[in-house]
Ligand binder design. Structure first.
Ligand SMILES: Nc1ncnc2c1ncn2[C@@H]1O[C@H](COP(=O)(O)OP(=O)(O)OP(=O)(O)O)[C@@H](O)[C@H]1O
Ligand SMILES: [Mg+2]
Length: 240
């Protein structure tokens, strides 16, 4: 019998907070290679806090193993070196820089500099709109284009695991649909995706598996389709 492959990311018993304020309680989850996993929950559930702990900008207790490496006490650099790259809530682009310079900033911290030009082409292939606008200042683009730019910048860092915080926030449904399509393309290229969303229906519709968080705890987990039809999810989050 073959052993099942170890998950790319395995989090066990993670707790974290801000100063004296506990926010995350005993969170466990895993992400397998080339999966799209949705992490969903309402306002203030602790989703962004969890991403901060995973990328090591916030200290935590418990275990975080990424690609076989224990990161629980690691610094942000080490999480990045394992291929964890975040697309932050609110995009945080360099508004006064061009699209292309923003993308090149994404490649700035990566160790393998070879292949940057090729990756730029590939990323423009995912986002033709950005290709047309490579000389435009990032801050002058529409919300949807800015989200594309933030995702493209993260891709330029050659992520193994791309963690996207509130991808759909404030965007029109047609743009969100395009972005979901790009996530599927990205995954086909072998990048694993952790998609954090308040829009539970959207995230579960595009994911393989999901975790539902409430007040700092994982309260439900399973295949995305199962969660979407779960009466508790439907009643509490989807209003049906
Ligand atoms: N820098 C901070 N200092 C103190 N408390 C914080 C800080 N950031 C977040 N919190 C608190 O931690 C809790 C979880 O917040 P978090 O931002 O992780 O939630 P979220 O699930 O990402 O919410 P949203 O969907 O609104 O983005 C909230 O109660 C919030 O007030
Ligand atoms: Mg958040």
């Amino acid at each position: 019998m073959n052993e099942p492959a170890a998950p790319l990311l395995k989090v066990e018993g993670l707790s974290a907070g801000y100063g004296e304020l506990p926010v995350l309680h005993d969170v466990s989850l895993e992400v397998r290679r080339a999966e799209i996993v949705a992490l969903v929950g309402s306002n203030g559930a602790g989703k962004t806090t969890l991403l901060r702990a995973l990328s090591r900008v916030l200290p935590s207790t418990g275990s975080i193993v990424m690609d076989g490496r224990q990161l629980s006490r690691a610094a942000p650099d080490q999480a990045f070196a394992c291929g964890m790259v975040q697309v932050p809530e609110g995009r945080q682009l360099f508004d006064r820089m061009t699209v292309q310079d923003n993308l090149l900033m994404g490649a700035y911290r990566r160790s393998a500099k070879a292949g940057i030009a090729r990756d730029l082409d590939k990323v423009y292939g995912f986002f033709p709109r950005l290709s047309e606008r490579r000389r435009q200042l990032a801050g002058s683009m529409s919300g949807g284009e800015q989200q594309m730019c933030a995702m493209a910048r993260a891709l330029m860092a050659a992520p193994v695991l791309m963690m996207i915080d509130e991808m759909s926030l404030g965007l029109a449904p047609v743009v969100v649909e395009q972005l979901m399509g790009v996530l599927a393309d990205i995954r086909r290229e072998g990048v694993t995706v952790l998609l954090v969303e308040q829009d539970i229906h959207l995230a579960l519709s595009g994911a393989d598996r999901g975790y539902v968080m409430e007040t700092g705890r994982v309260v439900l987990a399973g295949p995305a389709a199962t969660l979407l039809s779960d009466p508790k999810v439907r009643q509490a989050y989807l209003g049906v």
